[in-house]
Design a protein around this ligand. Structure first.
Ligand SMILES: Nc1ncnc2c1ncn2[C@@H]1O[C@H](COP(=O)(O)OP(=O)(O)OP(=O)(O)O)[C@@H](O)[C@H]1O
Ligand SMILES: [Mg+2]
Length: 318
């Protein structure tokens, strides 16, 4: 039977190989010596971006003291900033790190309770026109003696009206950014975003104009110890998947972002170790061809399928 790379286990620290250059760059980020807060990793598919992020995530979770971190596959966030934010909150809460303001407002939003938003400090400047009706999760359908009406959906959970919903989401996002800032002023926090190329337009735009612009590129107001490692699959060797240059100046990018345009090429010993870890057997002449593939920058998935063909061929001949 054809042998495949074990894809059930997302990251296995025992089987992880190399990436010393990228590891050093991450360690430098953790020292906070300069202004750099982002490490952007670009490469074509199957080269090891996700594995590298897995390694960094594993480090954050196992180092003493632990570094609050979260690994997010951007392609699974449904093009929604709120889904991304909730994923970050969920991941951080596994390490017992709370985002209290965000959670308060998010819970109210999810249960259709608009009342906390009415007293929110985040509402300064928000447009309330058409948003006077309060939707309260609960039992009543009308509040006596007031112009407030109450909507209760069939499922028993109230739903906010579209304009209330918009305001509520705005408040949740602001609360999240504030919570994150407070947290990352007090201690190091690492966000690991994988699959940037799979990010929907709305989500990409939010990440750029809110998260990156405020919390990374705004040198005066950004949190002190927030780090981002973001990996994306580039379509061609020339064009990076993450186009910082479209939004920020070369000077800002140079001070805030460290870039890996291509993961380091493996040496012979790395390929040997990889094939052995994966349980492959190979002949010396086969190895030479596989190593040539690595040198040419072909993805590991191609290397593995080539070896499978070689093994089948060997089986037929013998
Ligand atoms: N540093 C590594 N150590 C061991 N195995 C690795 C390493 N990097 C990659 N691999 C192997 O190569 C496979 C592909 O790597 P990975 O999924 O990280 O690629 P990718 O760059 O994220 O690809 P894509 O752009 O398609 O998401 C992995 O499943 C793993 O078996
Ligand atoms: Mg990947």
């Amino acid at each position: 039977m054809e042998k495949e790379i074990d894809s059930k286990v997302f990251f296995d620290p025992v089987k992880f190989i190399d990436r010393e250059v990228e590891w050093e760059l991450f360690q430098e980020l953790l020292e906070f010596k300069g202004q750099q807060r982002i490490l952007a990793i670009d490469d074509i598919g199957g080269m090891g971006k996700t594995q590298l992020l897995g390694k960094l995530w594993h480090h954050c979770r196992t180092v003493k003291p632990r570094i609050p971190s979260c690994f997010i596959s951007l392609g699974q966030q449904g093009n929604s900033p709120l889904t991304l934010i909730k994923s970050i909150e969920k991941e951080l809460s596994k390490a017992d790190i709370q985002l209290p303001n965000f959670l308060k407002f998010y819970t109210a939003l999810a249960s259709g309770d608009f009342s906390p938003f009415l007293t929110s400090i985040y509402l300064q400047g928000a447009n309330f026109q058409g948003a006077t009706n309060v939707t309260v999760a609960g039992t009543m359908t009308k509040v006596e003696g007031s112009d407030i009406t109450v909507n209760v959906s069939a499922s028993g959970v109230a739903e906010l009206k579209p304009d209330q919903q918009r305001i509520a989401i705005e408040v949740c996002v602001k609360a999240f950014l504030d919570d994150l800032k407070q947290l990352a002023n007090a201690r190091v926090v690492v966000l690991l975003f994988d699959g940037y190329e799979a990010c929907g337009n709305d989500l990409e735009s939010w990440i750029r104009s809110y998260l990156l612009d405020r919390h990374f590129f705004d040198l005066e107001n950004r949190p002190e110890k927030l780090l981002l490692v973001v990996a994306g699959r580039k379509a061609s060797q020339k064009e990076p998947s993450i186009r910082f240059d479209l939004y920020w100046s070369p000077e800002d990018i140079a001070s805030v972002v460290g870039s890996v345009r291509q993961l380091g090429k493996w040496e012979k010993k790395h390929l040997e170790e990889f094939l052995q870890n994966q349980g492959f057997n190979y002949q010396p002449d086969e190895f030479d061809i596989l190593y040539r593939m690595v040198q040419m920058g072909l993805p590991l998935s191609h290397v593995v399928s080539t070896l499978n063909i070689m093994m089948t061929n060997r089986g037929i001949k013998s």
